[in-house]
Design a protein around this ligand. Structure first.
Ligand SMILES: NC(=O)c1ccc[n+]([C@@H]2O[C@H](COP(=O)([O-])OP(=O)(O)OC[C@H]3O[C@@H](n4cnc5c(N)ncnc54)[C@H](O)[C@@H]3O)[C@@H](O)[C@H]2O)c1
Length: 382
């Protein structure tokens, strides 16, 4: 019999739904020693919390997250709220000895992130940050190929995350749905929101980043604030471009914007090694593009690998359908829950832990420092 893991989730927006779906799916597809139980959903609006609980099968609701994290019948707190609330909730949850699954970015900045790492490590509670792209099978396969040394010496890592939803100058900032434009809720703009994912994948695949040089732009300087009703300065970066150098000597080239007309969520990365290059595109997420220089010359070229074989060759896919059938974005969250539960059982924590995610936070601090100072900045060690 699997042991129950009673989940208390805070926030019922985009991620609240993505995570709830993952908790429901896991026991149907994965054999884990723990089974998530949807014990309580917390939201400030009681009626909305009740409606969400009914839709997803949560047993109870709370309207104050402090009450939720103190509840004896909750084992794990899932933080699905805007970034400015992550630290306070996580630190309180750690004091209450709860396991914690926290949305990305870990924190508003590195200093806050360090306090969160200290809190979970002092309390000795299991912890993870939802950098879910690591668990898209094609991305996990890229990690395996890199770790097997197939690429040889790595020269370049480039990533982009492009969107276009904030181009309208009369779009307000702040409040429900628009907190990402409010510096006080988000901590940063596209850097913390989008590049955080690109950086997490990059350091996972290619190791530590040592130095960075960055440029940011805020195209729309003032927006009406939904919470104050006043036109206020926009504090976030609308676009962010940075270069850097990894500890293995390879060069980093990253770009993110919400002003790339026509792009909704174009997350792509490419990694070039002496023997092999790999490329991935979120819009075609089940494919990994592979170029192997050691292939026979007359048939050498880019291969498009459909990562859907249900053999151990293709990560996670043996848990799903028959070969050739794709799974989607949602499955990355299911995989993260499955790995987190396995980590609880084996005592070997699933990555990224808070400590792993702090590395991304320190790179984010460094790029924003560089954009301000117009100088190269060294990334401090975790
Ligand atoms: N891993 C990913 O791919 C991914 C994708 C989107 C968002 N995120 C992260 O997830 C977090 C939430 O983003 P989202 O897109 O789900 O936002 P959202 O706006 O869709 O939902 C946020 C939720 O938080 C609730 N909330 C706000 N303040 C609260 C409080 N004091 N108490 C209880 N509930 C409160 C809101 O009512 C809402 O339900 C952010 O940190 C974001 O960066 C991660």
């Amino acid at each position: 019999m699997a042991k129950p893991l009673n989940i208390g989730m805070i926030g019922y927006g985009f991620m609240g739904r993505a995570h709830s779906n993952a908790y429901v799916q896991v026991p149907h597809f994965f054999d884990t020693k723990y089974t998530p139980v949807l014990k309580a959903i917390c939201a400030r609006d009681e009626a909305k919390a009740k409606a969400f609980a009914a839709q997803w099968g949560y047993e109870s609701i709370e309207t104050d997250w402090r009450k939720l994290v103190a509840r004896k019948d909750i084992d794990a707190i899932d933080i699905c709220v805007p970034n400015n609330l992550h630290a306070e909730i996580a630190i309180e949850a750690a004091k209450n000895k709860k396991a914690i699954l926290c949305e990305k970015p870990l924190a508003m900045n590195g200093a806050e992130g360090r306090k969160m790492v200290d809190a979970v490590e002092k309390a000795g509670v299991a912890n993870t940050v939802w950098y879910n792209y690591r668990r898209i099978p094609a991305v996990t396969l890229a990690k395996r190929l890199v770790d097997e040394g197939k690429l040889g010496k790595i020269f370049h890592y480039r990533a982009k995350f492009l969107q276009d939803w904030t181009i309208k100058a009369d779009l307000p900032q702040g409040g429900q749905g628009l907190w990402r434009l409010d510096i006080n809720a988000a901590g940063a703009g596209v850097s913390g929101d989008l590049l955080a994912h690109c950086i997490d994948t990059a350091i996972w695949l290619n190791g530590r980043m040592d130095t960075v040089c960055c440029m940011t732009e805020t195209f729309v300087k003032e927006r009406m604030h939904n919470l104050t009703g006043k036109v206020e300065k926009v504090g976030i970066d609308d676009a962010c471009i940075f270069f850097g150098k990894f500890a293995n000597g390879s060069l980093a080239n990253f770009e993110s914007t919400r002003y790339a007309r026509g792009h909704k969520a174009l997350y792509t990365f490419e990694i070039n090694g002496e023997n092999m290059s790999l490329a991935w595109d979120l819009h075609d997420l089940h494919r990994l593009q592979v170029f192997d220089y050691r292939d026979e010359g007359k048939i050498r070229g880019w291969k498009s690998v459909h990562v859907s074989d249900n053999s151990p060759d293709h990560p996670y896919m043996d848990k799903w359908w028959v070969p050739g059938l794709a799974i989607g974005y949602d499955a990355s969250f299911t995989h993260q829950v499955a790995d987190f539960l396995t980590g609880l059982d084996t005592g070997k924590p699933a990555s990224p832990t808070f400590r792993d995610a702090l590395e991304t936070q320190l790179i984010l601090d460094a790029i924003l420092d560089s954009a301000k100072s117009k100088k190269w900045v060294e990334v401090p060690k975790v």
